[in-house]
Design a protein around this ligand. Sequence first.
Ligand SMILES: *[C@@H]1O[C@H](CO)[C@@H](O)[C@H](O)[C@H]1NC(C)=O
Ligand SMILES: *[C@@H]1O[C@H](CO)[C@@H](O)[C@H](O)[C@H]1NC(C)=O
Ligand SMILES: *[C@@H]1O[C@H](CO)[C@@H](O)[C@H](O)[C@H]1NC(C)=O
Ligand SMILES: *[C@@H]1O[C@H](CO)[C@@H](O)[C@H](O)[C@H]1NC(C)=O
Length: 504
Amino acid sequence: MLKMWKTEDSVEEWEMKVKFFGGGKVDKLKTSVVSRSSMKLWMIRAITTVLLWTCVVHLLALGEIWGPRLIKSWPSCFSNQDVELTSVPAKVVLPPKRIYKNNGYLMVSCNGGLNQMRAAICDMVAIARYLNVTLVVPELDKSSFWNDPSEFQDIFDVDHFITSLRDEVRILKELPPRLKTRVKLGLFYSLPPVSWSNISYYTHQILPLLQKYKVVHLNKTDARLANNGLPIEIQKLRCRVNFNALKFTSQIEELGRRVVRILRERGPFLVLHLRYEMDMLAFSGCTHGCNDEETEQLTRMRYAYPWWKEKDISSEMKRKEGLCPLTPEETALVLSALGIDRNVQIYIAAGEIYGGKRRMKALASAFPNLVRKETLLGPSDLKFFQNHSSQMAALDYLVSLESDIFVPTYNGNMAKVVEGHRRFLGFKKTISLDRKLLVGLIDQYNKGSLSWDEFSSTVKEAHADRMGSPKTRVVIPDKPKEEDYFYANPQECLQLLDEPLRSS
Ligand SMILES: *[C@@H]1O[C@H](CO)[C@@H](O)[C@H](O)[C@H]1NC(C)=O
Ligand SMILES: *[C@@H]1O[C@H](CO)[C@@H](O)[C@H](O)[C@H]1NC(C)=O
Ligand SMILES: *[C@@H]1O[C@H](CO)[C@@H](O)[C@H](O)[C@H]1NC(C)=O
Ligand SMILES: *[C@@H]1O[C@H](CO)[C@@H](O)[C@H](O)[C@H]1NC(C)=O
């Protein structure tokens, strides 16, 4: 039995898989690029010869007319051709494979929405890398509130994910057949890793399980790796996965580019991640501004979801603590107070707003240029995305990265991950609203105890330092939930960055 799991076997298998999934394709790509480019080279040479002869003939003719001075223009004849010659297609350069002694196979099932899963995928790659195991392409959550049946490859470019990381860790699309059989027989170990663990938890608790069972399945992935106290290489690898290896599919990228192009043609735009959606309100118990019927509906929903632990919630107390997403009405006041131009385009990055038009009235009258993906694109463009909330979220993610200003109304996973990504892209402006302070000011303003000018200048002052500029991540030992999230400010990856990378 043990012999079956000899590591040499696994390495061979890896080599085979690479040939099958990555290497084979790469070789083919190379040969076709080579043959195409040699064809091109040949044609360019032929054309160049003809052009040069034409040049020579013309110059000689001109030289005869205007004398030898014009002969100086020869070099430009050449340099133009040089430019043409160097523009043959760039070769796809893949990193060399890392060869290592395989300690087993790691399967992971991500839980949560798209951005929670995105961060988790980065964590899992880093963990697999440091345990020297083989990672199976993560499985995405299909049973969460969002109920999206999308697989990894429906959202991310899976081949790019595998090949671009091959100098760090082996990633397979699926388990090798004999291990699959083993999994079918239940001969593997499944567990949720302890939240916010450091790498020594993984080397001391998870690695022995991998060595014993060969296949370990991590069945929960949200925030399983600490923000801080990890080796710098791990932090950098998390960034590399996040900013480089995780690319959306070309279909999503193309649609994202289209939305951004439409917006840009009309001028600057702000992305508002208005997290005023039914799931958020039911989960958080925040019902400020809802009518009785809505409050009842939200409460009923909260009790219906067993994994939403908190049931008995005082909405007003929670709001005062700054733990509720801003309502659309509150958001309208805050954006005006911040001095956001009334006529700027505001792209709403969100699903359906709870309460619909009635709740959007104040925001729409303060900012008449509200747009959404549904108003910028035709129904046929969104047809394939319609029942796939994660793909819709991916589209919003791309638009959020590109916006001139990004404003989230709640600090959920999308807010945090996009904020960090925008820092990486050159500290693009993200306004992190201080909700606890804001709801207090809003109540005072609404009661009439603050004038508009007082309200506005206090809001501006309080946010001068919350615009996504460089800062040190807050570390609170033993309170990981209260400290700054690694992905919101991956500072280890920002310092060395001289030239910001662009996403598209
Ligand atoms: C992983 O492999 C490297 C060599 O590539 C080795 O130095 C390291 O000790 C290994 N770690 C584990 C946990 O096996
Ligand atoms: C994860 O695995 C553990 C142990 O096998 C099990 O008790 C738990 O229900 C699983 N959780 C999920 C979300 O599948
Ligand atoms: C990792 O976490 C464990 C348990 O929480 C702790 O005892 C240990 O000191 C930590 N190690 C490092 C290197 O931070
Ligand atoms: C999306 O789902 C709804 C209801 O679940 C269904 O009526 C509709 O036809 C679906 N649309 C597409 C494009 O699959």
